[in-house]
Design a protein around this ligand. Structure first.
Ligand code: TXA
Ligand code: MG
Length: 319
């Protein structure tokens, strides 16, 4: 069911075609194997989370063939250009303010105002991304809670039957993930240590701080900057109260002054693809309508529902 593709012209073309048509494909980068999907297609991105069995929606790194195309989606300052010049293609990820006109799906960015972008150093990865012609969102190609894969066999062992294909390029060379540098702050900050050392970064842009969480893998769902609506959310609601808008799931028709349905068909993948956009829209419309809160219909907990419920719980948590 999961195709194993060879690292040649045919394999690259096949991987690109699958990506362009909304499928999830694993391919090698110089760091670890990535689990790619079209970042502009929320449904395809939901497929990444479904395959990983990840109980949370972490923001994903978007991969591009070169800096010029990466910076179409983010606002790159001079530090970003200097780092790109010095380390791209290579194991460095830059977190930058996302441009309003970027077509990257809000699910890939987990609703954040920033976007993580990277130009991988692996020639095959760049060829696949180039041929796909769209930004490729790609977390490491492992099931949630397992190790990052450095060989196609690791990916296959973990994800066979859950993804369309794995492109086998042999073992990866760097073996640890990319260094993630946050450039949305005045002082550049390392969010995750990785393939590019702090000293090397400092040689190019001067002082770089360690993020509070840089010693461990950060769980961005916990980050304060993570999007949360301005209005309180009431979970597992049966119906909206008088001064509440309605976040629906499933075919039930509910009367509310403002309502958005995550999926009228009750499809979890569709609901995941719409989640962040729906929260943004509903929040803005509810505030504009002078409402006091958002009531959310129950969403089943199985499959992608676990991540949807996790995000709703965080959005509903008192602040
Ligand atoms: O080497 C790598 O970076 C590999 C290859 C496949 O490119 N990818 C990778 O992705 O390690 P992943 O999803 O396993 O880790 C991405 C990390 C997560 O910890 C996520 O929180 C962080 O990047 N991240 C993504 N977007 C972010 C953002 N806008 N702000 C802060 N952190 C972000
Ligand atoms: Mg990972």
């Amino acid at each position: 069911m999961t195709e194993i593709l060879r690292d040649d012209a045919d394999g690259i073309a096949r991987a690109a075609l699958l990506l362009r048509t909304g499928h999830v494909v694993a391919f090698a980068t110089e760091t670890v194997y990535g689990l790619g999907a079209d970042a502009t297609d929320g449904d395809a991105v939901a497929g990444i989370y479904a395959a990983k069995g990840r109980p949370q929606f972490n923001p994903l790194i978007c991969h591009f063939p070169d800096a010029a195309r990466a910076f179409v989606h983010v606002i790159a300052d001079e530090r970003a250009w200097r780092l790109a010049e010095a380390f791209w293609p290579g194991p460095l990820t830059l977190v930058l303010p996302r441009r309003a006109e970027s077509r990257v799906s809000s699910l890939a960015a987990a609703g954040l105002a920033s976007l993580a972008v990277r130009v991988p150093g692996h020639a095959t990865a760049r060829a696949v991304i180039e041929a796909a012609g769209v930004p490729i969102a790609a977390p490491s190609a492992n099931r949630s809670g397992r190790l990052s894969p450095t060989r196609a066999a690791h990916v296959h062992g973990d994800l066979a039957g859950r993804i369309a294909a794995v492109l086998d390029s042999g073992p990866t060379s760097v073996g640890v993930e990319s260094t993630i540098v946050d450039l949305t702050t005045e002082t550049a900050t390392i969010l995750r240590p990785g393939g590019v050392a702090r000293e090397a970064l400092e040689a190019v842009i001067g002082p770089v701080a360690w993020g509070a969480d840089a010693g461990r893998i950060i769980a961005p769902g916990m980050m304060r900057s993570h999007y949360a609506p301005s209005l309180p959310i009431r979970l597992d609601a049966v119906a909206p109260g008088e001064r509440e808008s309605w976040l629906g799931f499933g075919p039930a028709v509910v009367t509310a002054p403002v309502a958005v349905n995550l999926s009228a068909a009750g499809d979890l993948r569709e609901a995941a693809a719409h989640l962040f956009e729906a929260l943004h829209r509903l929040d803005a419309a509810s505030v504009a309508a002078g409402l006091a809160g958002i009531a959310a219909a129950p969403v089943p907990h199985e499959g992608l529902g676990a991540a949807i419920n996790d995000r709703l719980r965080r959005a509903a948590a008192p602040r």
